[in-house]
Design a protein. Structure first.
Lengths: 332, 332
């Protein structure tokens, strides 16, 4: 499929890594207009052969763990090595919080002024699914624009970690060393996503950081990463200080070790293929379900049906079959 | 909705806890004939007011951990206290393995001959979704038949643990004490489901069992159960020996403590309501997706589209939108 001339120029601009073209392409992707969406799809298809070249890193941690400072130190380190870095964000709460948590350029003052860096805040639009969707597409555009490393940042709340792990090559969890003996608890389900754990701000309390490192290392050994064929070994746990730039070189070495080992074994290509398929089916499922919910015949009875199920007056399976019958008999 | 006479008699028989009526009702549920399904739905609706009275326990562990022996000891203990016990199984592999893993009555020789016990193997039919679906409905029938405790057993492979945790009030993970220092690794994602961990066969190596108990307790504290408002405290970890019947009374005390605390706080009712809603939406999603995949217009292009996505020649989001357009334009 060939692009209209204007969009051909836009695609060329992205491929030449022109910042303005990249921003314009992202705006097109994020538009809700149907004609924009059609153009964005054609643009994505045209740029797709130029994608896939970046190391995709997902990164999460609770507010206050020092994500921005760590990313800034990492970004400057990578630029120093001649690499170009894009920082994206997935923050479904940004429309509520005003985007204060993530992707805020003012938090990465030194990185954001560099030509070799591209920082894009989380799309402010609604649902996690929608935000993740746009971020996945922006990631592809950044690859087409030749960024060598794409960091997708999220915040340690909700299901956003799963979404970010689902679009990256490795998922990093930042942890705080705790002042006391009580290690900060890791949110349920998040640890199983981690390929690498970083105790950040380790300089603040080296003894606590060392204790936290030991505790998390041991817990990872117990919880399912040992002997997992997809992993081989539990995720490494390391200390760092984003503020002082300590540990950043080691972090990058561990990332490359992870990525190179998986590239050699074929696991990286497999992960990306699986992510691509999951992405397709997530979208299909989401759209089918929203069409179902919006169907007049379903809408009419849905609130009463859900109330019946909640009150245990109708079995959920029976209710589901009745809703589906309504949907299907009014659809054909 | 009133039942036909024969099914009214069947419902009455289930409510009077007649074993033959219960078995017949289950057969009706498991039938794939549409007229049977309609009768089963009406039967479920009629029996629903009599459900909800049991303590629903999910239980998992790797093959060899001693699940049957533990369940038998527990079942006999509960019968000794005047309770009636049903044991169900979710084993999506049973159609392949010949059902050797789960729900096999010969494995629970003493329990299976008791009038107060009802043991039902895993439905042999196909997918996890289908098996879980039937088991959820059989659980409701068992409650209508007045069983006080329903144990749903599964095996430590695949996604079956999530399904079982999604239909029970608490989820128990059985672990082996290890002979060496290497604790058997817990499968990723399973520990976050556990409300209670039992080191079974503790009599075989008491020192190893004590070490395993300490390691798992500490790992649970690190991994997100501490401070989780839904849990309050990390899941308890205890030792037991199903073979010697040791720890069974304590197990039951912990179960009741868990259930009573959550009943008092309203968390139990909330969990069941959420499970009921999830069950409904799972079914709807599953059916919508299978209709989508079976649609001729989709079927025609799906293999080529998936191959394009795998080869990174089409962006997954673009492919999804094209498939959905085909589906919708051929549906209206």
């Amino acid at each position: 499929m060939s692009l209209p001339l204007a969009d051909q120029a836009l695609a060329d601009g992205v491929r030449r890594s022109e910042r303005r073209a990249l921003a314009k392409a992202i705006t097109l992707l994020e538009s809700t207009r149907a004609d924009h969406r059609a153009r964005a799809d054609a643009l994505l298809d045209a740029l797709l052969p130029a994608t896939g070249g970046a190391v995709r890193i997902g990164l999460s941690g609770v507010p206050g763990v020092g994500k921005s400072t760590f990313i800034e130190a990492l970004g400057l380190h990578l630029i120093g090595q001649g690499r170009r870095v894009a920082v994206l964000a997935v923050d479904p709460s940004s429309s509520v919080s005003g985007g204060s948590i993530l992707g805020d350029k003012t938090r990465m003052e030194q990185l954001s002024v560099r030509d070799e860096a591209f920082i894009r805040p989380s799309p402010a639009a609604g649902t996690l699914g929608g935000v993740a969707e746009k971020t996945r597409e922006v990631l592809l555009l950044c690859e087409a624009a030749g960024y060598d490393v794409v960091i997708v940042e999220t915040v340690g709340v909700g299901q956003s970690e799963t979404a970010v792990a689902g679009m990256t090559d490795l998922f990093v969890l930042l942890q705080l060393p705790n002042a006391g003996d009580d290690l900060q608890a890791i949110k349920k389900g998040v640890m199983e996503l981690a390929d690498l754990v970083v105790i950040n701000k380790a300089d603040l309390d080296p003894a606590a950081a060392t204790r936290a490192q030991a505790q998390i290392t041991s817990a990872l050994r117990v919880f399912g990463q040992q002997g997992n064929p997809a992993h081989g070994a539990p995720a490494p746990v390391m200390q760092a200080s984003g503020l002082k730039g300590e540990g950043v070189a080691m972090f990058w070495a561990l990332v490359m070790q992870h990525v190179e080992a998986r590239r050699a074994s074929g696991a990286l290509a497999q992960r990306r293929q699986r992510q691509a398929q999951d992405w397709l089916w997530d979208l299909v499922r989401h759209r089918l379900l929203s069409d179902f919910r919006a169907h007049p015949a379903v809408q009419r009875v849905l609130p009463a049906t859900l109330a019946e199920v909640s009150a245990a007056r109708t079995a959920p399976s029976v209710a589901a079959r009745r809703l589906l019958q309504l949907f299907e008999s009014n659809n054909s």
